[in-house]
Ligand binder design. Structure first.
Ligand code: NCD
Length: 306
């Protein structure tokens, strides 16, 4: 039985297979409409979510399966003090697969060690968000044809942003990827990512503060929200929250084929005027999340469709 805790749990060739499957699903959805009939997905969300939870649910429903679950710690027995280990033991007898989001780093990993069904990390604190990364990789591959020879700017809250941590982890395995890490000093990428992931793999990167300075050389700009819920005090958040605002004027200095991604939700960091720019890909990216999650469910449940 396999779980998904980090994008590193899949080799590059397994990721390729998964993306090929997601592409076939996107092109031929009816072929997969009954693939998971009689199967159930449990969504155990101890932290708020719109896209991740609903795209998991849509994915299972599109496969002909059913969904059950809870949307907040308050509405589960966590509020009574139950551990994730006990919760997953019980859910293992109610469902065939589980997607879990938790504010504590490592909670889905603890759950997976006790689980009798595959567990998918749907975001654990400021740590990892592997299914967002699968979505990001799929979107890059779909728009660029392949994942190689790219200068990728990651902008915003690189300290607490788990989507950024997962994406860097995954991308260092692809050829000739260069990173431009754009953040204020206080929100720089954690040292374990810099040292153990980037430097260890000899990946070229620079850290800059001004988005304008980075813009002209980027092939992809990955914007992120300042992660309010992970700040220790509100004042720091308020000081940081509007540090970057991508607007039309900044888009003018970007390459004509630069692609703007964002895991969403957006707060202020991308002005709505950018939405009509053909380079704004974040809504398509959110749509792609359903295809990759369908492919992931099929892969972990070992369901094949001929
Ligand atoms: C992200 C997350 O939860 O980390 N959202 C998502 O799943 N698409 C990004 C965020 O909340 O900023």
């Amino acid at each position: 039985m396999r779980h998904l805790m980090s994008p590193m749990d899949f080799s590059v060739s397994e990721l390729e297979d998964l993306m090929d499957l997601a592409y076939d699903i996107e092109m031929n959805p009816s072929k997969y409409a009954h693939a998971c009939e009689g199967k159930k997905l449990a969504t155990c969300f101890y932290e708020p979510s719109t896209r991740t939870r609903l795209s998991f649910e849509a994915a299972m429903l599109n496969l002909g399966g059913n969904v059950l679950g809870f949307q907040s710690a308050d509405s589960s027995s966590a509020a009574k003090g139950e551990s994730v280990s006990d919760t997953i033991r019980v859910i293992s007898s109610y469902a065939d697969i589980c997607a879990m989001r938790h504010p504590k780093e490592g909670a889905p990993l603890v759950a997976s060690s006790r689980s009798l069904i595959p567990v998918i990390n749907a975001g654990d604190g400021g740590h990892q968000h592997p299914t967002q990364t699968l979505t990001d990789l799929y979107t890059i591959r779909a728009l660029r044809g392949s994942i190689k020879e790219l200068t990728i700017g990651l902008c915003g809250d690189l300290k607490f942003g788990r989507t950024v941590h997962s994406l860097i982890n995954a991308l260092v395995r692809y050829p000739n990827i260069k990173f431009v890490l754009i953040s204020p000093d206080e929100l720089k990428v954690p040292s374990y990512i810099r040292e153990d992931v980037l430097e260890k793999n000899n990946i070229p990167y620079v850290e800059v503060e001004r988005l304008e300075d980075a813009m002209p050389e980027l092939d992809i700009l990955y914007m992120t929200r300042v992660q309010r819920e992970r700040f220790f005090n509100e004042e720091d958040y308020l000081r940081m929250k509007d540090f970057y605002i991508l607007d039309k004027a900044k888009m003018e200095i970007a390459k004509k084929d630069m692609m703007v991604l964002h895991p969403l939700p957006r707060v202020n960091e991308i002005s709505v005027e950018v939405d009509d720019d053909p380079r704004a890909m974040y809504f398509k990216q959110a749509q792609n999340g359903v295809y990759v999650r369908m492919a992931l469910i099929l892969t972990l449940l070992e369901v094949s469709v001929c």
